[in-house]
Design a protein around this ligand. Sequence first.
Ligand code: CTP
Ligand code: MG
Length: 181
Amino acid sequence: MAIVGVVATAVWVMLPAYIPNNVAVVAGGGRPIDGGRTWRNDRLLGDGKTWRGTGVGIAAGVIMAAALNFLEPAMSARFGLSVPSFPLLASLALPFGAMLGDIGASFVKRRTGRARGAPFPVVDQLDFAVGALLVTGLVLPEWFLATFTPPVLLAVIVLTPVLHVSTNAVGYVIGVKQEPY
Ligand code: CTP
Ligand code: MG
């Protein structure tokens, strides 16, 4: 597969995992998932992980996968790019795994004395991608292996931090994100 195909596939297949975090930033708020509970004097997750942000974020990822499935035939017809389509389980696993990875990272951040919003380089940029890959690989191993070939996986690992840093910078500039990272 030519490099354009690899990059297009990597971005396409990860879009349902990229969307939830960005949507959570605008949709978030309300009751925190941990309900304010603490463990050893630190919040379990913190006020930055809410039911609404998580739910709306996952829903947005599922809708994104449906939209991509709708567009998929046109991609090959118009641009000659064969991009994957999403089985229902993948449409759920990618956004769910992304939110789970982000929540897991907040858990680790609180255990390591990082306040809400404190930067955690590398983890902040990859938590959601690793979560999405793990959950999808667990629930749909065959689709996962057929879709995430080694070059596509490499492109995901390289491109995700770049896309994450740039979208967060945009979110900060337009005033929807508290921190630029
Ligand atoms: N958000 C949410 N629910 C989630 C994830 C995010 O409501 N599951 C919202 C919160 O308003 C959060 C914002 O999106 O403040 C930014 O998300 P993120 O950077 O992941 O959270 P932080 O506030 O930085 O908190 P943490 O240090 O725990 O990552
Ligand atoms: Mg943050």
